[in-house]
Design a binder for this molecule. Structure first.
Ligand code: SAM
Length: 216
């Protein structure tokens, strides 16, 4: 399959003009307008957050009062009023432990936690493979949300055969689970977002690595 470089559209231009690092910022803004996810006393974990558009929106929507941690494989330039930036692979337990340490050092672990995940794998061009890799990253993100007992969980997913199974897994842990494709998401893109709120009190979830789906 031939991948063409995406042309800058109105959201890319708007992001540049308004000082957001990515057009993805507007996806989160539109999701938040509909689902009202953020408040000031939260800790926000932004998985796969480079270059930082989601974190910037989360910061602005909480008037700089929430504690925000961004994790990505890529190096991210400092963002004002973001509590921590970690360069790491979210599928590695060491990264999760580094995140835990940062949360504890800043007292952020005591707040209500929301996990955002906007992960995209390096696309191979083979659709089934790319879908499976992306769903894997979304599942790892769910594992991290469970590890931190996050009250809310938002994840991007590429639509395809494993999507329904993932939604069922998310339903195990959250009462309200909705799918939403924000207007900024390109029509031809297979991505959509799952928004999960009201963590279920199922009693068996511990801060225990068994609830992570990680490869080490
Ligand atoms: C679409 S971008 C995220 C855009 C971001 N939400 C924003 O608002 O600017 C997807 C990101 O997933 C990251 N990623 C993919 N696999 C990862 C992994 N295993 N661990 C950490 N980051 C990963 C990539 O490095 C990339 O920066």
């Amino acid at each position: 399959m031939l991948y063409l470089r995406k042309r800058p559209d109105k959201y890319s231009k708007k992001a540049k003009y308004e000082g957001y690092r990515s057009r993805a910022a507007y996806k989160l803004l539109q999701i938040n307008k509909k689902f009202n996810l953020f408040h000031e006393n939260q800790t926000i974990i932004d998985l796969c957050g480079a270059p930082g558009g989601f974190s910037q929106i989360a910061r602005d929507q909480t008037e700089g009062r929430a504690k925000i941690f961004l994790i990505d494989l890529a190096r991210v330039k400092p963002i004002p009023n973001i509590t921590g930036i970690i360069k790491g692979d979210i599928t590695k337990l060491t990264t999760v432990h580094r995140l835990q340490e940062s949360l504890e050092q800043s007292g952020a672990h005591k707040n209500e936690i929301i996990v955002l995940s906007d992960c995209s794998p390096n696309v191979s061009g083979h659709w089934v493979t790319d879908h499976a890799r992306q769903v894997y990253l979304a599942e790892v993100s769910l594992g991290i949300a469970n590890y931190f007992l996050a009250e809310k969980f938002l994840t991007k997913v590429f639509q395809g055969e494993y999507l329904e199974e993932l939604i069922q897994k998310i339903r195990t842990f959250y009462q309200n689970v909705k799918a939403f494709k924000p207007p900024t998401s390109r029509k031809q893109s297979a991505e959509t977002y799952i928004i999960a709120t009201k963590r279920k009190d199922i009693g068996t979830i511990q801060h225990n690595q068994n609830y992570l789906i990680l490869d080490e």
